[in-house]
Design a binder for this molecule. Structure first.
Ligand SMILES: C[S@@+](CC[C@H](N)C(=O)[O-])C[C@H]1O[C@@H](n2cnc3c(N)ncnc32)[C@H](O)[C@@H]1O
Length: 216
């Protein structure tokens, strides 16, 4: 039985969390993730929604293996339906559950080169739930390969600015901060449903990449 981790402190806990549902295919997400053990080029997408970006990324990067995690039952089952109606995607590992509890027990066996967190809920009233402040992000940094990166996308400008302001004190270097909008980038191709909605509304999208300050 994999060790459970508390979702906010990232510390091991004896508590059991019954609401981590198994995937609709009947495979436990833990078992799915072990398929990436010992593999190079592991990419993790947290909060993949219905999987548009994960599926496209897999198609464009057959050399990578993508663990795509979504905790909402409804979105995950729509993601599974898309997978079943597509041609087989051998490099995609869909996992239904909360990434904060699902990933930590596996991190020491994974060599991750990218983590995508695209349009996270901005959690304006809960600082501790914003990804840049979470101890979980420290665990991810440890599991990243030396040149690995965490990619954030958001349409919430103060959420983006907070990432930039906080990252250096949490052991990260900001390697990219791109601003995208329909006037300046009319040919931009949205990667997710949320991105498409905000782009078409004329909002400015931020694409931020963080790398380890001390690559090792
Ligand atoms: C605003 S939606 C964005 C979905 C998708 N990335 C997009 O851009 O269209 C945020 C998603 O993250 C998922 N999510 C939030 N926290 C999560 C966690 N700890 N583990 C897995 N999924 C999570 C939510 O269920 C939701 O589907």
């Amino acid at each position: 039985m994999a060790q459970n981790f508390d979702r906010l402190t990232a510390k091991p806990t004896a508590r059991r969390f019954r609401w981590i549902a198994p995937t609709t295919a009947g495979q436990a997400p833990d078992l799915e993730i072990t398929k990436a053990y010992g593999r190079g080029g592991v990419v993790v997408e947290i909060g993949c929604g219905v999987g548009w970006h994960s599926i496209t990324y897999c198609r464009n990067h057959p050399e990578k293996i993508v663990i795509a995690i979504e905790r909402t039952r409804d979105k995950f089952s729509r993601f599974k339906s898309r997978i079943l109606t597509n041609a087989p995607i051998p490099n995609l590992i869909p996992a239904h559950g909360d990434a904060l509890r699902l990933l930590p027990p596996h991190l020491e066996n994974l060599s991750i080169d990218s983590v995508f967190i695209l349009y996270p809920n901005p959690e304006p009233k809960a600082k501790a739930q914003r990804w840049i402040h979470m101890p979980f992000l420290d665990l991810l940094r440890e599991a990243l390969c030396p040149e690995g990166r965490v990619v954030f996308a958001t349409n919430v400008q103060n959420y983006a600015d907070e990432i930039l302001a906080t990252a250096p004190s949490r052991g990260w270097l900001v390697s990219k901060d791109k601003r995208i909008n329909i006037c300046d980038n009319p040919d931009f191709q949205p990667r997710t449903h949320f991105e498409k909605k905000y782009f078409l509304r004329g909002e400015t999208l931020r694409h931020i990449e963080l790398k380890k300050k001390d690559p090792s």
